[in-house]
Design a protein around this ligand. Sequence first.
Ligand code: B12
Length: 250
Amino acid sequence: MAQLSDIANETIRAEIEEFLERPDEIEYNVELFNRASPEMQDIAAALIEGDNVTVDRLTTQALEDGVHALEIMDDGLIAGMGIVGIKFREGFVFVPEVLVSARAMKAGMAHIEPILAASGVEPIGTVIMGTVQGDLHDIGKNLCIMMLRGGGFTVIDLGVNTAPAEFLEAVTSSEARLVGMSALLTTTMPNMAKTVEAFKDAGLRDEVRFMVGGAPVTPEFGREVGADGYGKDALACVELAKKLAAEVGI
Ligand code: B12
């Protein structure tokens, strides 16, 4: 069984020891960081510390050393943000610290995005992506967009705080038949349903396929709001988009 003491990075060991209390989260993170290489642990530690300069440098170095962009994303950046998320939930850190870590995440993602996007595959179709109204979280949505572009989709990014009317306008003014909605707040999840309703009211519901995702969203919730599919992460988002694209004949 993976042990905390086997994790190479001292900051990560201290973070888990000091801030994680739930046994399932301790177990998950001890295993995750035991699996991650010391270089990925260093990236995660720098992200937790909000050190964007170091995340930038270590990400560049890892790519030069031949580490796959997806490994950096999963075992470095997302793994580090997972610890930040737990500390935020438990009240050990607040919005400013999370923003500084989010900036560090973006510094790493800036190197990964062009690589994932440059896979040279033929364009499959267009996807409209947005974080729903009232919600300003965009890290997960942006990861999905990166992976969708890498998977051959053209993406129209509506950004954050996207009103149902803006999704509607984007569909009517483009050829897009796929719409992806992201929500990170339980209070904004209902706006997914409102968006689907707006398409029904406009008589356009059957023209498009809706994908939903975000940490609090579940497959059941997706079905409840009338979406066509739920994706748990950015890889699942691409798989789902491909499946739904085939359904609508693009
Ligand atoms: C970073 C962060 C912030 C940053 C956002 C920066 C940014 N540019 O995004 C800042 C500091 C601004 C912020 C603000 C707030 N936040 Co905040 N935040 C987080 C945090 C720590 C991490 C979220 C994140 O980026 N995760 C990493 C990404 C990679 O994961 P992800 O978003 O889940 O995305 C993945 C999948 O879900 C999926 N996915 C995502 N979208 C989609 C879409 C589709 C179509 C598909 C298929 C898949 C998919 O793929 C992604 C990649 O794998 C979470 C904690 C957490 N554990 O989620 C809290 C969290 C979401 N925030 C929370 C809260 C309360 C707030 C604030 C209200 C705090 C406040 N008091 O002001 C504000 C709200 C602002 C607003 N109106 O939106 C709560 C929400 C609680 C709830 N029950 O609703 C959380 C859960 C923290 C907590 N436990 O208390 N936050």
